[in-house]
Design a protein around this ligand. Structure first.
Ligand code: LLP
Length: 385
């Protein structure tokens, strides 16, 4: 279904801006909850890195999701916006001492630990506070996510996680440390994965790993399978909610563990990706030799995904316009990669027409920068209009 936008309101606001469809977000959260409620041991943590707009975070925490954080800043904003510390997990290859201390003070659920060196520091800092840190070890499962090279994380040559070769030694050390409670394993193989067979491969690898540990008498109570479920950037209207049933069913079918183990998920893009649109205004139509450029007031500073990953976002002229024409849609930034799309078919566009860049709810606003001394775009919720 074609989305309708409050165009008149946009005309009076400073563009570019992010517009979030709250009904869609709530419907998405409702479906996630319906699916996980079918399994008494599934817990979803929203990956704050995808979008940390506080108003959105409040809606997500209200729906009962936990939070997946990768910095002290994310832990703070999660706590401020209603996420219970007992539902916060904390990942990242480079946790600073102050971030570890903050997580210990807040009493988060679990640290996802990525190296032996980090484990030793957490043990030492927990000891100083006379407390015990719950820990899951992030294992690099060497499973190919078949996604963009910049967002794949589960291959052996990646900086993330502990390798399969080192895993046993680190688990044994963790179990000996006084201020570490080893509870489980964490995995995350990449992002924007739409092929369920990739998650099936991850399940199979996890089964092998768990059974090795259990044979050695090591009990694992928590499995964190990370995030990565993709969204349909090509057809955002038709597929505005990802197939959560297929996703959770894949794990319940292929993850061979009893219902006494907790299974944690860290979903970011699939939760917020489709509810966000970048709204930008047409500044100029510039005739080139063989093409025409549609120059908008948003740039790669507002949405970096096309420049950084050659990511496709559907673009539409929401002001109406005339018969279709081809445009290269570009921003004002002094970089030749500041392009939102080449040869895009749009209704004939005039100065001041509003352009919607869709599926921008995840890794959009949060990745905005001030390059060229630009302002960070504001985010507006549909319920505020
Ligand atoms: N858990 C871990 C450990 C992660 O590293 C990530 C994402 C997630 C969960 C959430 O993944 P999601 O469900 O959103 O796929 N900026 C890139 C995506 C980077 C993803 C980084 N890690 C983009 O715009 O495509």
């Amino acid at each position: 279904m074609r989305k309708t936008y409050p165009i008149d309101r946009f005309q009076s606001l400073q563009t570019p801006l992010y517009y979030y469809d709250v009904d869609l977000l709530k419907n998405t959260l409702g479906i996630i909850n319906d699916e996980i409620n079918k399994h008494n041991n599934f817990i979803v943590h929203y990956a704050i890195k995808a979008n940390a707009n506080p108003a959105l975070l409040r809606i997500i925490s209200n729906a009962g999701l936990g939070a997946d954080c990768v910095s002290g800043g994310e832990i703070s904003i999660a706590c401020q916006t209603g996420f219970e510390p007992s539902k916060i997990v904390f990942a990242g290859v480079g946790k600073s001492d102050w971030e570890i201390n903050l997580a210990l003070d807040k009493g988060i659920y679990c640290f996802n630990v990525e190296s032996m060196a980090e484990l030793e520091v957490i043990n030492m800092l927990a000891n100083k506070k006379n407390t015990v840190a719950r820990v899951a070890l992030r294992i690099n499962p060497d499973v190919d996510a078949h996604t963009h090279a910049n967002i794949t994380t589960g291959l052996a040559e990646n900086k993330f996680g502990i390798s399969l070769t080192d895993m046993n030694d680190v688990v044994k050390s963790a179990m000996k440390m006084d201020c570490i409670e080893f509870i489980g394993l964490h995995f995350h193989i990449g992002s924007q994965i739409q092929d369920m067979s990739v998650f099936k491969s991850l399940c199979e690898r996890i089964n092998e790993i768990i059974s090795c540990f259990e044979k050695a008498g090591i009990i694992i109570s928590d499995i964190n399978v990370g995030g990565g479920l993709g969204i349909d950037y090509d057809n955002p209207e038709e597929n505005c909610i990802p197939d959560f049933k297929a996703y959770f069913d894949t794990y319940s079918t292929y993850l061979n563990i009893g219902s006494n183990k907790r299974v944690h998920f860290e979903l970011g893009r699939a939760v917020v990706g489709q509810c966000g649109t970048l709204i930008t205004k047409t500044l100029y139509i510039k005739k080139g030799t063989n093409k025409q450029f549609l120059i908008v007031d948003a740039g790669m500073t507002d949405l970096i995904r096309p420049a950084l990953y050659h990511a496709y976002h559907k673009i539409e002229n929401i002001s109406g316009g005339g018969p279709k024409e081809l445009y290269d849609v570009v921003g004002p930034i002094c970089e030749s990669s500041d392009v939102f799309g080449k040869d895009i078919l749009l209704n004939k566009t005039m100065r001041n027409d509003l352009i919607a860049i869709k599926s921008a709810g995840a890794y959009g606003e949060i990745m905005a920068s001030q390059y060229n001394c630009r302002s960070i775009p504001k985010g507006y919720l549909s319920c505020d209009f």
